[in-house]
Design a protein around this ligand. Structure first.
Ligand code: HT7
Ligand code: ZN
Length: 872
C-alpha cells in the first residue's frame, strides 16, 4: 500500500451538484441506483481530466449510463476499485447501478446490518462501499434518497434531511423519500432501516423555529434514552448561547446501533450512535457512562456547524472539525458540571494517552502530511491535541475575541470545505493577533518540553522566570522550530497565599506569558517575597513542563494554589516522585520502602469537609499504570504495578480510619441522579472504599459486599465489584457470577463484566480470556465486546505482559483474525504492541516478534500502516 500526501492536493476535476440515490433493501442483495448530476469544476486546471469514481471491492457494478446512454464496458475502465471514464461532456447525469451485500459487511463501513436493522457509516471513506462516487469531503452535493423496503420488517426508514414522501409501490413495498437541502460531502450521508421504537420531543430555536427531535432504538432500549434527549436539548441551547449557532433543519434524529466501530457519527440530521454512547439508566449506567453520553451527544450535535455546515477540504484537515468540536464539547461539559474537574480529567487523559502516541511510532502532526489509511488518523493527536490547539487560541485571544473569530469563521466559510489555515486566519482577522508562528502547532509532531528556572531579587523585588522550550525529534521531523504558546503563571508565598505581581504593566495574581523563543526571560515586578511559581495553570499549553520544586513547595501548591488544576498536578508530581523511587527499588529487586510525604496532605484532604469531593478523589487517585509507563524511560510493567500497590497499601494502612469515616460519611441514601453534586459524592465514597479495602479489614470487606448487594445504581454496584476483584475479596467470584446472572440481558452491562474479568490480575488470566471469548456473551462481530475483552486484557500486567510472551502472542492472533473481518478495529488493537521500543528488553523483544509475525500476513491497509511504521 502506498501513502498519499497533503502536498499533492488538487481541487476535484468534477463536481456533483445533485445526488439522487435509490436503495432497494433486501436481506440477500441490496441494489443501489445513483443519478449524479455532474459538471466539470471550473476551478480545476485539468480541463480534460478523466472522471475517476471511487468504489470498493465489495461493490459490484451492474450498469453505468451517461445521460441515459448505457456505457458499454469498452467506454470505461475498472481499476483498483475505481471507474475511469476518459471522455465526458462538461455537464452530464451519470447513472450507476450497484449491488451490495450489507449482511456480509463485517467491516462496518458503508451499508451494513446491526442486529435486525440496516445502517451506514460513511466517514471517512465508507460511501465508496455503497456506490461509485467522488468520495472526498470537498465534493458537496444536495442529496435526495429513496428507500424501498418491506414495511413490515422495516417500518422505520430514515435518511438525511426531511421526509418528503412515503408510499407503497406496486409490489407492496414501502417507498420513503428523504431530501436534504444542505449540500454535503458523501461522508455525512446516512441511511437507517429497521423496526425501531422512538421517543419524540421538541426544541424551539433562538429564532422561534420548532425542531422535532427523535431518538430511535430497538424496543428493549427505548426506556434508556431520556437522558440523551435532555442532553441534546441542553446542547442545542448551549450552542445558541455560547456560539450563536442555531439548528437548521426541521428535524434532528439519533439512532442507536449495537455494532459500531467508534463512538458516534454526525451525519447531517441523522446521527448514528454506538449504543454505548447513547443509552443510559441509573441501574445499568455508571456516572462516567452518563457523562460520556452527555459529551458524545453534545459533540455530534456541535458538528452540525463545526464539521457539517463548514467541513474539511481534505482528510489532512480532519482536526479542523474534530479538534474544534472536542474543544466545544469540553467547554460544554465544563459548563454542565465542574470546570476544574473536567479539566483535570481531560488533561490526565491527554498526558497519559496522547503524549504516549506523540512519543511513539505513529506520532504525527495535528495536520498530518501523509497517510496510508485515513481511518488510522482518527487519533488522540487529531482529537485531543487538536482541541488543545484551539484552547490555546482561546487563551491567547480571550473569550470575546475568540467568539468574534468563531463567528467570522462560520460566516466566512458556511457551505464550504476548508483548511486549518482558514480557521486560524479567521481567528487572526477577528482579533488582530498575529498567529503566523502559532500555526507551527499544526505541522510539528511531538510533545514540547518546557523548562522553567526562577530567581528572586530581594532588593528590586523582582522575580525572573526563564523558560526554555524544545521539541524532541519525531519520525521524518528531525529538527523542530520554537512554538508560540501561552503559559499561565501565578506566584505564591511560602504560606500558599497568592502574591500580586506586575508583568507588562498589569497587576494580578495570574498572568499569561507568551512564550515564542527557544529561551525567554519574563520579569515579574513588585513581588513582595521569594515566590513559589505555579506554572502552566489550567494546563495552558500541551507540553511537558519541568521545574525543580522541593517536596515542601509541592505540598504548598497541593494544599493552597488558587488554581485547582495545579493543586491536583502538584499532588500527582509528589506521588510520581515517590512511585519512581519505589519502581527503581522494585527493578533492583529490593524490598520496597518509603516514607510517604503524601500522608499529611491526604489526611488534611480527608478531614476537610468543605472541599469539592470530586477534586478530593482526583487528588487521592495515584497516577495510573498507563501514565507511569508513559513517563518511564524504560517500561517495567511488573515494577510499576508493584510500586503502585505498595504505595496504595501504605496510604490505606496509615489512614485506615480516615478512609472508613469518609466512606461512611458519604454513603448516603438518595434517589439517584447523575448531577455533579451526587456524582462527586459517589466518586469520593468509592475512592475511600477502594483505599479502605486495601487494608483487607473485615469491616471493609463487609462494606464492599453490602454495597454490591444493596446498590440501586450501577456506579456503586460496579465500583464495589471492581474493588472486590482487584483486592481478591473472599467473595469476589460469587459476586462476579451473580453480577452476570443479574445483567445477562443487558449487553452494555455484560461488556463491563467481560472487561473486568479480562483485566483481572490472575495466574490463569489468559485461560480466562480464552474462555470468555467462547462465552455466549461474546461476539467477535461486535466491536464493543472485542474492545471489552482485548482492551481489558491489555491492561492486565500479569496476563498481557506475562514474561512468557503468551499475552502478546494471543493479542497478535486476534489481530490477524480481525484484520480480515474488521480492519479498523484490528488496527486499533495494535496500539499496545506498538510501544515495544520502550519496554524493558525481554518484553520488548517478545512484542517485536509478534509485530513481525503480524507483518508477515496478508494485511489490510489499516493494519499494515500501523505495524510497518511501528517496526520501521
Ligand atoms: N466524526 C466521526 C468519526 C467516525 C469514524 C471514523 C472512522 C471510522 C468510523 C467512524 N465512526 C465515526 C466521529 C466523531 O468524531 O464525531
Ligand atoms: Zn467528532
Amino acid at each position: 500500500p502506498s501513502a498519499i500526501y497533503l502536498k499533492d492536493y488538487q481541487v476535484p476535476a468534477f463536481l456533483i451538484d445533485k445526488t439522487e440515490l435509490t436503495f432497494d433493501l433486501d436481506e440477500s442483495v441490496t441494489i443501489v441506483t445513483s443519478r449524479l448530476h455532474m459538471r466539470r469544476n471550473p476551478k480545476s486546471k485539468f480541463r480534460t481530466a478523466p472522471l475517476v469514481l471511487d468504489g470498493g471491492e465489495d461493490v459490484k457494478l451492474i450498469a453505468l449510463a451517461m445521460d441515459d446512454y448505457q456505457l458499454p464496458p469498452e467506454e470505461y475502465r475498472l481499476r483498483n476499485h475505481q471507474i475511469i471514464i476518459t471522455a465526458t461532456a462538461d455537464e452530464f447525469v451519470l447513472t450507476c447501478e450497484t449491488l451490495i451485500e450489507p449482511q456480509n459487511n463485517t467491516r462496518l463501513e458503508g451499508l451494513y446490518r446491526s442486529s435486525s436493522m440496516f445502517c451506514t457509516q460513511c466517514e471517512a471513506e465508507g460511501f465508496r462501499h455503497i456506490t461509485y462516487y467522488l468520495d472526498r469531503p470537498d465534493v458537496m452535493s444536495v442529496f435526495t434518497t429513496t428507500i424501498i423496503a418491506d414495511g413490515d420488517k422495516y417500518p422505520v426508514l430514515l435518511s438525511n434531511g426531511n421526509e418528503v414522501s412515503r408510499s407503497l409501490n406496486e409490489e407492496g413495498k414501502t417507498v420513503a423519500v428523504w431530501h436534504d437541502p444542505f449540500p454535503k460531502p458523501a461522508y455525512l450521508f446516512a441511511l437507517v432501516a429497521g423496526n425501531l421504537e422512538v421517543i419524540e420531543d421538541q426544541f424551539t430555536t433562538l429564532s422561534n423555529r420548532a425542531v422535532t427531535l427523535k431518538i430511535f432504538t430497538e424496543s428493549h432500549n427505548i426506556d434508556k434514552v431520556d437522558y440523551s434527549m435532555d442532553a441534546l436539548k441542553r446542547s442545542m441551547k448551549w450552542d445558541e448561547e455560547k456560539y450563536g449557532r442555531e439548528y437548521d433543519l426541521d428535524i434532528f434524529m439519533i439512532v442507536a446501533v449495537d455494532d459500531f466501530n467508534m463512538g458516534a457519527m454526525e451525519n447531517k440530521g441523522l446521527n448514528v450512535f454506538n449504543s454505548s454512547c447513547l443509552l443510559a439508566s441509573p441501574k445499568t449506567t455508571t456516572d462516567d457512562g452518563y457523562q460520556r453520553v452527555e459529551a458524545v451527544v453534545a459533540h455530534e450535535y456541535f458538528h452540525n456547524w463545526s464539521g457539517n455546515r463548514v467541513t474539511c477540504r481534505d482528510w489532512f484537515q480532519l482536526s479542523l472539525k474534530e479538534g474544534f468540536t472536542v474543544f466545544r464539547d469540553q467547554q460544554f461539559s465544563a459548563d454542565m458540571n465542574s470546570p476544574v474537574v473536567k479539566r483535570v480529567e481531560d488533561v490526565s487523559f491527554l498526558k497519559t494517552a496522547q503524549f504516549a502516541e506523540d512519543a511513539g511510532p505513529m506520532s504525527h502532526p495535528v495536520r498530518p502530511s501523509s497517510f496510508i489509511e485515513i481511518s488510522n488518523f482518527y487519533t488522540l493527536t487529531i482529537y485531543e491535541k487538536g482541541s488543545e490547539i484551539v484552547r490555546m487560541i482561546h487563551t491567547l485571544l480571550g473569550e470575546d475575541s475568540f467568539r468574534k473569530g468563531s463567528d467570522l469563521y462560520f460566516e466566512r466559510h458556511d457551505g464550504q470545505a476548508v483548511t486549518c489555515d482558514d480557521f486560524v486566519q479567521a481567528m487572526q482577522d477577528a482579533s488582530g493577533i498575529d498567529l503566523s508562528q502559532f500555526k507551527r502547532w499544526y505541522s510539528q509532531a511531538g510533545t514540547p518540553r518546557v523548562e522553567a528556572v526562577g530567581s528572586y531579587d530581594e532588593v528590586t523585588k523582582t522575580y525572573q522566570l526563564t523558560l526554555t522550550q524544545a521539541t524532541p525529534p519525531t519520525a521524518n521531523q528531525p529538527t523542530k522550530l520554537p512554538l508560540l504558546m501561552p503559559i499561565r503563571v501565578g506566584l505564591l508565598d511560602e504560606n500558599g497565599k497568592a502574591l500580586t505581581s506586575e508583568l507588562n504593566g498589569k497587576n494580578d495574581t495570574s498572568h499569561v506569558l507568551t512564550l515564542n523563543l527557544s529561551e525567554q526571560v519574563f520579569e515579574f515586578k513588585q513581588v513582595d517575597t521569594a515566590p513559589i511559581p505555579s506554572l502552566l495553570r489550567g494546563f495552558s499549553a500541551p507540553v511537558k513542563l519541568s521545574y525543580d520544586y522541593t517536596v515542601e513547595q509541592l505540598s504548598i501548591l497541593m494544599s493552597s494554589d488558587e488554581d485547582g488544576f495545579n493543586r491536583w498536578n502538584a499532588a500527582q508530581e509528589l506521588a510520581v516522585r515517590e512511585l519512581n523511587t519505589l519502581i527503581s527499588q522494585a527493578r533492583r529487586g529490593e524490598v520496597l520502602s518509603i516514607e510517604s510525604q503524601l500522608l499529611l496532605g491526604f489526611k488534611a484532604l480527608l478531614d476537610d469537609q468543605s472541599l469539592d469531593k470530586s477534586m478530593v478523589s482526583l487528588i487521592l487517585s495515584l497516577p495510573s499504570q498507563a501514565y507511569l509507563s508513559e513517563i518511564s524511560e524504560e517500561v517495567d510493567p511488573q515494577a510499576i504495578k508493584q510500586a503502585r500497590t505498595y504505595l496504595k497499601q501504605l496510604i490505606a494502612r496509615a489512614l485506615e480510619q480516615e478512609f472508613a469515616n469518609c466512606y461512611e460519611a458519604n454513603n448516603v441514601d438518595v434517589d439517584y441522579s447523575p448531577d455533579a453534586q451526587q456524582i462527586s459524592q459517589r466518586q469520593l465514597k468509592n475512592a475511600a472504599l477502594s483505599y479502605w479495602s486495601e487494608t483487607n479489614s473485615v469491616a471493609a470487606e463487609r462494606a464492599v459486599l453490602s454495597q454490591f448487594q444493596s446498590a440501586d445504581n450501577m456506579t456503586d454496584q460496579f465500583s464495589a465489584l471492581s474493588i472486590a476483584v482487584n483486592t481478591t475479596h473472599p467473595e469476589f467470584q460469587s459476586m462476579l457470577d451473580s453480577f452476570y446472572s443479574q445483567w445477562s440481558h443487558e449487553a452494555l452491562v455484560v461488556n463491563k463484566w467481560l472487561m473486568l474479568i479480562a483485566a483481572q490480575e490472575a495466574d490463569n488470566g489468559l485461560e480466562q480470556v480464552k474462555q470468555l471469548m467462547q462465552h455466549d456473551a461474546f461476539d467477535l462481530k461486535n466491536p464493543n465486546k472485542v474492545r471489552a475483552v482485548l482492551g481489558g486484557l491489555g491492561s492486565s500486567v500479569s496476563t498481557f505482559h506475562n514474561e512468557t510472551g503468551a499475552g502478546y502472542a494471543f493479542l497478535a492472533d486476534q489481530i490477524i483474525v480481525l484484520n480480515k473481518r474488521n480492519p479498523q478495529l484490528a488496527s486499533r488493537l495494535c496500539t499496545p504492541l506498538t510501544r515495544w521500543r520502550k519496554m524493558k528488553p525481554n518484553l520488548s523483544v517478545l512484542m517485536q516478534k509478534q509485530l513481525e509475525r503480524i507483518l508477515s500476513e496478508e494485511l489490510s491497509k489499516d493494519v499494515f500502516e500501523v505495524v510497518s511504521k511501528s517496526l520501521a
